[in-house]
Ligand binder design. Structure first.
Ligand code: NDP
Ligand code: 8X3
Length: 255
């Protein structure tokens, strides 16, 4: 496999960090972006012997910061071959009428707007070079509703449809677009969703075998390493321990 420059958002934890580890093992050049610098520095120290690594503190919600981070990429990292739009989060699980509106704002700003900023600033270079791959991390929550999924699921439905629409815009170029829809995976995701409540987070995975970050990294690695003419459009991945439930039906009490 030829060496590629891979820009990973949300590389400080979970799927992003696992992808960094897997792609570094092939000697790819990596740009690792997230808000927290400490885990990025640790990853750079861990992986620096295997791959060239550029770390950048980045809040994807900050449009100018995204533009600046892309514009200021140092020379060997300037030509991004793969953008992994992975940064994202769920906040809360309350019903829509009780939710904290700030949480909705944060999810929209991160999962939708942040992802579009990264795409918009990196895509022109890919089109100009007539090569590249955008891999967007959506979720099963973007296709299948559940109570409390309200805006989080909505943001991921956006990611899925945005990915398909990118394919339409890019037809005639050699730039690929893939949307991956993972189901339940054990990362920092639930700790973030429950705002640091480790007990509530642990309950999500108790007694079951969720996907791991490594499972998703292998999936990303596989789609990126298909031959250049093969575009994996959408991939839904679940743990064997997860499936759909029946429709929920509300019944009034009957005598
Ligand atoms: P983690 O919480 O482990 O990782 C999330 C990553 O996103 C972190 O590196 C975090 O870094 C980064 N991030 C969050 N907000 C921002 C921001 N504003 N700017 C830059 N980076 C940000 O969760 P996962 O690895 O599980 O999640 C990765 C993606 O996968 C998300 O988009 C999530 O919605 C999606 N997903 C997760 C599933 C799961 O069950 N775990 C299933 C399906 C999809 P930092 O805090 O340092 O900024
Ligand atoms: C994360 C999976 O089911 O918690 O996107 O929404 S779920």
């Amino acid at each position: 496999m030829s060496r590629q420059t891979i820009f990973i958002t949300g590389a400080s934890a979970g799927f992003g960090a696992a992808c960094a580890r897997l792609f570094a093992a092939d000697g790819n050049r990596l740009v690792l972006a997230a808000r927290r610098m400490e885990p990025l520095l640790a990853l750079k120290a861990e992986l620096g012997g295997k791959a060239e690594i550029h770390i950048t503190p980045l809040d994807v919600r900050d449009r100018e910061a995204v533009q600046g981070a892309v514009a200021k990429l140092p020379e060997p990292f300037r030509e991004v071959d793969v953008l992994l739009n992975n940064a994202g989060l769920a906040l809360g699980l309350e019903p829509a009428h009780k939710v904290n509106l700030d949480d909705w704002d944060t999810m929209v700003d991160t999962n939708i707007k942040g992802l579009t900023y990264c795409t918009r600033f990196i895509l022109p270079g890919m089109v100009a070079r007539n090569r590249g791959h955008i891999v967007n991390i959506s979720s099963t929550a973007g296709a299948w509703p559940y109570p409390g999924g309200n805006v989080y699921g909505g943001t991921k439905a956006f990611v899925t449809q945005f990915s398909r629409n990118l394919r339409c815009d890019l037809l005639g170029t050699k730039v690929r677009v893939t949307c991956i829809q993972p189901g339940m995976a054990e990362t920092e995701f639930s700790k973030v969703r429950f705002k640091g409540d480790e007990e509530a987070a642990a309950k999500v995975y108790a007694g079951t075998e969720p996907l791991t970050a490594g499972d998703i990294a292998e999936t990303v690695h596989w789609v990126v390493n298909r031959p250049a003419h093969v575009n994996i459009n959408t991939l839904e991945v679940m743990s064997i321990d997860q499936a759909w439930g029946p429709f929920a039906i509300h019944r009034e009490k009957q005598d």
